[in-house]
Design a protein around this ligand. Structure first.
Ligand code: CP
Ligand code: NVA
Length: 302
């Protein structure tokens, strides 16, 4: 039976650890994996812009001996031109996997039901699982063990936050989401992460007070205005300014490292100087997108 990657929430710690180990092996000895996707074609459909996801999938698939077809659904509005179920069923006639960045998670569910090949979530309104895997890979490279670490996410609670919460809970990493009022993470996803955390020992918290991030090992920032959000910057700044991740917040919390999924907005959600500092893991995260995704592709297309 085919396996999709829509959320990671039903994956076990062992399955995710296996992906992390494979990603590290691929990064260390890439030549050993140059034929992993030999003769395979992957379609990547994007309803929203992308730099990292698009390029890391394309180059990553090439490194595994496969081929990627990019479908621009921003200019050509492929989603909506016909039923999403028909789009997916057609793509599966030719492709060995479908990678999709969509507005609504329900589009991915339709793709998953209608395509006979694996569907990989390249970001939707609710989740960004490929980002989370790359981020925990980055932490695994910087700490001897993930279990017991504390990551504090500061900002708008949405897709990236949800995936960090879920994967953190599975891996035994404490994840604290600190958001302004009205920008909390999805209650249902929070509860799922908390119930996973009860079994793995991970503390999963949603708070509004920045002091909740005290003692975190790592702070994590994301844009204050996600793709598709039309709120004016001036309005957002008033709400989010106190939640800026900068040197003062690093000092207050005692965090050693700072992370950001990017695109980052210098001196808005994160200070430019912090991005450029020794505390920044941003480029390591970006590089790891490719290795994490290659591990996912090789596993789902085995
Ligand atoms: N982090 C991330 O997904 O970046 P892109 O939007 O550039 O793909
Ligand atoms: N929350 C951001 C993540 C970008 C990678 C967005 O959805 O735009």
């Amino acid at each position: 039976m085919k396996q999709d990657l829509l959320t990671f929430k039903d994956w076990s710690a062992q399955q995710i650890s296996d992906l992390l180990s494979l990603a590290i092996k691929m990064k260390t000895t890439p030549a050993d994996y140059q034929d992993s996707l030999k003769g395979k074609s992957v379609v990547a459909l994007f309803e929203k812009p992308s730099l990292r996801t698009r390029v890391s999938f394309d180059i990553g698939i090439h490194k595994l001996g496969g081929h990627m077809v990019y479908l621009d659904s921003q200019a050509n509005k492929l989603v909506g031109r016909e039923d999403a179920s028909d789009t997916a069923a057609n793509l599966a006639c030719w492709a060995d996997a479908i990678v999709a960045r969509v507005y609504s998670h329900s589009t991915l569910e339709t793709f998953s039901q209608s395509a006979k090949v694996p569907v990989i979530n390249a970001l939707c309104d609710k989740y960004h699982p490929c980002q989370a895997l790359a981020d925990y890979l980055t932490l695994a490279e910087n700490y001897e063990q993930l279990q017991g670490l504390t990551l504090a996410y500061i900002g708008d609670g949405n897709n990236v936050t949800h995936s960090l919460l879920l994967m953190g809970a599975i891996l035994g990493v404490n994840v604290i989401s600190v958001t302004p009022l009205g920008h909390e993470v999805d209650e249902e996803i929070l509860q799922i992460a908390q119930s996973i955390g009860e079994k793995t020992g991970a503390k999963i918290v949603q708070d509004h007070d920045l002091r909740a991030a005290k003692g975190a090992d790592v702070l994590y920032a994301d844009t204050w205005i996600s793709m598709g959000d039309t709120t004016a910057l001036d309005q957002i700044k008033q709400i989010f300014d106190p939640y800026k991740v900068d040197e003062a917040l690093m000092a207050m919390t005692g965090a050693k490292y700072v992370m950001h999924c990017q695109p980052a907005h210098r001196d808005l959600e994160i200070s430019g100087s912090l991005i450029d500092s020794d505390q920044s893991l941003l480029m390591q995260q970006a590089e790891n997108r490719m290795w994490a995704q290659n591990a996912i592709l090789a596993t789902l297309l085995k």
